[in-house]
Design a protein around this ligand. Structure first.
Ligand code: TXA
Ligand code: MG
Length: 336
């Protein structure tokens, strides 16, 4: 049985969230909103509870979880030490959509880290996530609250569709503000390595400290051994074939090859595809709106009629670099 509670994302009711915290403390699973996407949480110190996360998502055992914390005391409990460069990122960017990879403490089990000696940690800024961790009194291990391989959930409806009956509680906190998963940096390396681009852009991160942008951060297939176990899996795959067209001079010809394509493009370009089904993906004037709508529109494109999804490539700077990472990982074919 899955209980659903609706909580005001700006001003969460502590009485409602206490029920959720009780579930976490007893080893149950709670899906909750963060400023990035919805997470599927369990007590990070409880191995059995964390095992349930993998089962509910159908997640491969070798893909480690992110541990969500709410204080520097919790941080000291989950990592072995805090590198100087991490202190710098933490001071400037936490709480927020940034995950740091550090050496794990002995309190964090192999189930959470998939046997690695490092752990991914982040302090979310979303009021519901923050209060839930505080009331639980323990760090919360949480991957995105989707079935493995599906787009990350950015609204309560997405979570309900996939997690009803699989978890103990879903907190309905409306839409998640960024709609894209956190930026991940491995700070055990010098220079630190950016493994996954997210809401905090490469430009923003680099203005704080020089980072190496790992090749797979572009989202293109790489022969290199993945630094982050999650990188080797195809992600966010819709069930329709998805063609990402980066060379826009080829797109009309590609569109003409299909009888009923669904086009995904920024609203400024919608009129180029008057004969077709078009789903607009935010506006080029507000690049964060494109990130915010990405997963929602991928799900929608999959549900409506049409034989293929054709997505316009975007300029690879700022937040759109992160959007392109997700699109390339979702694509069955990339035209460059
Ligand atoms: O915004 C987010 O990060 C969301 C919310 C819920 O916080 N969470 C999220 O979790 O996106 P997930 O599990 O979908 O993605 C976590 C990624 C995976 O690619 C995983 O392989 C990587 O982080 N990861 C976790 N621990 C790691 C470690 N010790 N070293 C390298 N990569 C790690
Ligand atoms: Mg995920």
């Amino acid at each position: 049985m899955t209980e659903v509670v609706k909580v005001d994302p700006e001003n969460p009711d502590a009485i409602l969230l206490k029920k959720a915290a009780e579930i976490i403390k007893k080893g149950g699973l709670v899906a909750f909103p963060t400023e990035t996407v919805y997470g599927l949480g369990a007590d990070a110190y409880n191995e059995k509870a964390c095992e349930k996360i993998f089962k509910a998502k159908g997640r491969p055992q070798d893909n480690p979880l992110i541990v969500h914390i709410s204080s520097s005391k919790m941080l000291k409990n989950v990592v072995r030490d805090i590198p100087e460069v991490a202190r710098n990122f933490i001071e400037k960017l936490w709480p927020g959509p940034l995950t740091l990879i550090m050496e794990r403490s002995e309190k964090i089990s192999d189930v959470v880290t998939a046997g690695l000696n490092t752990v991914a940690v982040r302090t979310p800024s979303h009021p519901i996530a923050k209060m839930l961790i505080e009331l639980s009194g323990v760090p919360i291990a949480a991957p995105s609250a989707n079935i493995s391989g599906r787009p990350s959930p950015t609204s309560f409806d997405h979570v309900r569709e996939e997690m009803m009956g699989r978890v103990d509680m879903i907190i309905d906190g409306g839409e998640t503000p960024f709609g894209l998963e956190s930026t991940i940096i491995d700070v055990t390396k010098e220079p630190p390595v950016l493994l996954r681009p997210g809401p905090l852009t490469v430009e923003q991160i680099s203005s704080i400290h020089k980072v190496l942008v790992h090749e797979t951060a572009k989202g293109l297939y790489s022969q290199a051994r993945p630094l982050s176990p999650g990188m080797k899996y195809r992600h966010y795959a819709p069930s329709k074939k998805l063609i990402l067209v980066e060379d826009l001079s080829k797109i009309l010809e590609i569109v003409s090859r299909f009888s009923d394509p669904v086009i995904l493009c920024p609203k400024e370009h919608a009129e180029n595809y008057k004969e077709n089904r078009v789903l607009t993906l935010g506006s080029l004037e507000n690049e964060y709106s494109i990130a915010h709508e990405l997963f929602k529109k991928l799900r929608e494109a999959d549900k409506i009629e049409g034989d293929v999804i054709i997505v316009e490539g975007l300029p690879e700077k700022g937040i759109l670099f992160s959007v392109m990472n997700r699109l390339r990982k979702a694509a069955s074919e990339v035209i460059r």
